[in-house]
Design a protein. Structure first.
Length: 290
């Protein structure tokens, strides 16, 4: 009975994993760069120029209405951009501009000093459809941002459709790690769903996760195999524990250049409480909030 229960979960895992075998790139043709009058504005323009050249993307530039629009346009042109420029007076207006423009990616700086914040990052992520790339550090080589990506996955193996941006943005010869963190409460839910005999209910969460991971190895290999024709390496790992400490430990132990969090469901951002924490506490590298 125990074996059959594990097989039933394995079947569920398989059905959830199969879609990842056909990952399509995002046709990244429309992006927004948000300038906020900070030292990082030039970094944002540099990233915008990189996106324009790499993807032949059209880039709009948004800036606080109090700034000199002509100076903004000149700075953008100095970086090889010929953008449409949009002044905004509030986050709500900025959300409207991005939404009307049907942008596919937003690039913005986020000040470390909370008092200097002019855009509500949570409202921007929640209110707009495109992923938001949050930058808190000066960047000299924008391609380097997409050289070593850690993509944080949570939930019950149902986020395969959200790999498109990671696969699209990864540079040639990049490393992309998909780290799925399962917290203890989720393991308990799985164990309850599979409880057919006392043997299963007596197993610890760690043992159950290790068993499921071992038996699902061929599906994890299939995820990696989906990238066989891509010019970068993909790995997939499972972890048991709380999401934020797990990701912070992974970042401390690796040389990652970008963290990807959250998910997209029917064109809307779905960002969990732990993803929101990561958006705000991870400051050493850029964070892409899907």
């Amino acid at each position: 009975m125990k074996e059959r229960s594990i097989d039933e979960f394995e079947s569920i895992f398989e059905r959830a994993s199969i879609p990842v075998l056909d990952i399509e790139n995002v046709a990244l043709k429309r992006a927004s760069a948000i300038l906020k009058g900070e030292p990082l504005d030039d970094t944002i323009l540099l990233l915008a120029s990189y996106l324009k050249k790499r993807f032949a993307a059209e880039v709009d530039v948004h800036f606080p209405a109090a700034r000199d629009g002509e100076m903004v346009l000149k700075a953008a042109r100095d970086r090889g951009l010929e953008p449409r420029t949009y002044p905004f007076v509030s986050t709500a207006e900025l959300v409207g501009q991005v939404s009307i423009g049907r942008r596919q990616l937003v690039v913005m700086a986020e000040p470390v000093d909370e008092s200097a914040r002019v855009v509500d990052i949570d409202a921007l992520v929640e209110g707009t459809a495109p992923p938001v790339l949050i930058v808190r550090q000066t960047i000299d080589k924008p391609a380097g941002v997409f050289a070593n990506i850690l993509h944080s996955l949570t939930g019950r193996f149902q986020q395969t459709q959200n790999f498109a941006y990671s696969f699209t943005l990864a540079e040639r010869n990049a490393r992309l790690e998909l780290l799925h963190t399962v917290d203890q409460s989720e393991v308990e839910d799985v164990r309850d769903a599979l409880q057919v005999s006392p043997d299963i209910s007596e197993r610890t969460g760690k043992e159950l996760l290790e068993s499921l991971a071992l038996r699902a190895e061929r599906y994890l290999k299939a995820v990696v195999a989906a990238s066989h024709d891509r010019p970068f390496d993909v790995t997939y790992d499972l972890a048991l524990g709380e999401v934020v400490p797990t990701i912070r430990a992974a970042l401390a132990g690796g040389s990652y250049t970008l963290l990807v969090v959250g998910s997209h469901v029917e064109g809307h951002s779905q960002v969990s409480a732990s993803d929101y924490q990561l958006m705000h506490v991870v400051r050493e590298i850029p964070v892409l909030a899907l």
